[in-house]
Design a binder for this molecule. Structure first.
Ligand code: HEM
Length: 513
């Protein structure tokens, strides 16, 4: 059955068509609702805070919630700066959110069983499209353990070994497309590489090789990734054009992947690609599609961001560039035939996964430091069971809890000159990240460590290694002039953390094919 047919056969979808016709009625109700909300909020402003122990933010709740969605990092850090308290509480529509800071809060945030991961992100983040969004119910939609189990087997060491040559070839083909010399925007070209690699790892070679479909998927992906606007999150029921565009893009994305998975189901000879492995385990086409979409949304943004910024920092720090290049050279000399006339990507493919993982300490430190300086996450949870106390404040059942990564990663009591890029801070003798509990949370911590870390690290290392061994490159402005001021990530840009102010580019020349 085609996805369109499956899609159309769901009764709830018919309800959606009817809903579209009913937009006018909804619009009429909107004004009444807005008035009701207004009266309610003004009334609330004059009531004493019912949650005595945690400071409740004043002001108009809709305005407060708006800043939480539009400039999340500034919002959280700004309110913490204004008071010495370890927490504050605010309202997003009918939901209560508690922002936390400090070591005790961090321990509780990452370790408390009743703080639910999926519920935390579902309402306050909303990036990954779900089949439920287009009225299709599945068993695994909210089951994080189902995805984690499959990630660990499908993206484990054995598969990384199998996939390494294809990943390198994908990168090589794209890099050939850049030409021998030129200038590019890393926040476009490097993301293209990461998107292709992620799709390759999560799906099948038919899709990874089909450039036209990949480009279409990538376009839909960014459309959906960037559809989590303050309006969309605050007014999810509002029937505006953005909501319709999101629904159409979600349907198109799922449909394209569905057709590819169905074609693999009918293939005479199964391959070792992720899609075939999942189908072989008896998963339905819908489940496989859901798996692929979830991997793309879990993987692309952060892997792309760290690959871009690792290269930007290396290009801005001569000493670390020299160390990283020396490490790559040593790896190539030890594990590849340096007399071979084969392409760089083919030679790199002979380096065993264990060497990529264990013999690149400089690159490990560069990735860790890039994560520390660049990551902008506000981690989210929802307290789904009993109330509990943290730093003398009560987290009620149903409360959302938010913890911004800057509280630990940019904390000058933990890291010296925290905004400076200095991978040496993890060296024996310094080990600044070990000074406190969960001093580094770039790959998560406690109950929800990142299950995609190994594959993400490999993708970043492949990209950086291909750049260091294959190119001379410099960081320049839009006019091609070398940039001396080190770019600073925009901590409110939750997708790419692009540099604040002017964009930066790489001016490159290919030196090894
Ligand atoms: C540089 C790239 C990446 C970074 C920095 C990163 C970071 C993180 C962090 C910080 C968390 C914890 C979030 C929290 O506690 O709220 C997390 C969780 C997760 N990550 Fe990643 N991630 C990356 C790449 C990937 C990739 C490529 C995948 C999939 C292949 C992936 C899959 C996941 C999943 C499924 C979880 C949730 C784990 C759970 O439910 O317990 N990540 N990641």
């Amino acid at each position: 059955m085609s996805f369109n047919a499956t899609f159309a056969s769901f009764p709830a979808l018919e309800a959606f068509s009817a809903e579209a016709g009913g937009d006018l009625n909804i619009l009429k109700s909107v004004s009444t609702l807005c008035l009701a909300f207004l009266v309610f909020y003004v009334y609330r402003l004059f009531l004493p805070s019912p949650k005595g122990s945690i400071r409740q933010l004043g002001g108009f709740p809709v305005a407060t919630a708006w800043t939480f969605f539009s400039k999340r990092t500034d919002f959280i850090l700004g309110h913490f700066k204004a008071s010495a308290a370890p927490h504050f509480r605010f309202q997003v529509l009918q939901h209560q959110v508690v922002a936390l800071r400090g070591e005790e809060a961090r321990k509780a945030f990452f370790d408390t069983k009743s703080l639910n991961f999926t519920e935390g992100y579902k309402i306050l983040f909303g990036a990954a499209p779900r089949l439920q969004d287009i009225a299709i119910n599945t068993h695994n939609g909210d089951d994080a353990s189902w995805f984690n189990k499959h990630i660990l087997t499908l993206l484990g060491k054995r598969r990384l070994t199998e996939m390494l040559p294809s990943l390198l070839e994908d990168v090589n083909v794209r890099m050939i497309g850049w030409g021998k010399k030129g200038r590019f925007d890393p926040f476009k070209n490097i993301y293209d590489l990461v998107f292709q690699m992620t799709v390759r790892m999560a799906s099948c070679s038919e899709l990874a090789k089909d450039r036209a479909t990949l480009d279409e998927l990538q376009k839909l992906y960014w459309q959906l990734e960037k559809s989590s606007t303050p309006t969309a999150l605050l007014l999810p029921w509002f029937p505006g054009p953005a909501k319709k565009r999101k629904r159409t893009a979600t349907k198109e994305l799922f449909t394209k992947i569905y057709d590819i998975v169905e074609a693999r189901r009918k293939a005479a000879v199964p391959s070792s690609d992720a899609v075939d492995v999942l189908l072989g385990q008896g998963q339905s086409t819908t489940e496989v599609v859901e798996f692929i979409v979830n991997i793309i949304f879990a993987g692309v943004v952060n892997t792309g961001m760290i690959s871009c910024w690792a290269l930007v920092y290396l290009a801005s720090h001569e000493e670390w560039m020299a160390k990283a290049k020396a490490e790559v050279k040593a790896l190539i000399e030890k594990h590849t035939n340096t007399l071979s006339t084969e392409s760089l990507s083919r030679r790199l493919a002979t380096i065993p996964i264990s060497a990529w993982e264990d013999e690149m300490p400089v690159m490990e430190a560069v990735i860790r430091e890039t994560l520390r300086v660049t990551l902008t996450n506000t981690f989210l949870r929802r307290n789904v069971i009993d109330e509990f106390s943290v730093s003398n404040g009560t987290i009620q059942q149903g409360d959302f809890v938010a913890y911004n990564v800057a509280d630990v990663h940019l904390n000058s009591e933990i890291y010296t000159n925290p905004r400076e890029f200095d991978p040496g801070r993890y060296d024996p003798g310094r080990e600044e990240d070990k000074k406190t509990t969960f001093g580094f949370v770039g790959w998560g911590a406690g109950r929800h460590p990142c299950t995609g870390m190994k594959v993400a690290k490999l993708e970043i290392k492949v990209i950086v290694t291909m750049m260091l061994a294959g190119f001379d490159f410099d960081i320049v402005d839009k006019n091609g002039k070398h940039i001396t001021k080190i770019p600073v990530p925009d901590r409110n840009d939750i997708h790419q953390a692009r540099p604040v102010g002017d964009q930066c580019f790489f001016e490159f020349e290919r030196i090894v094919d």
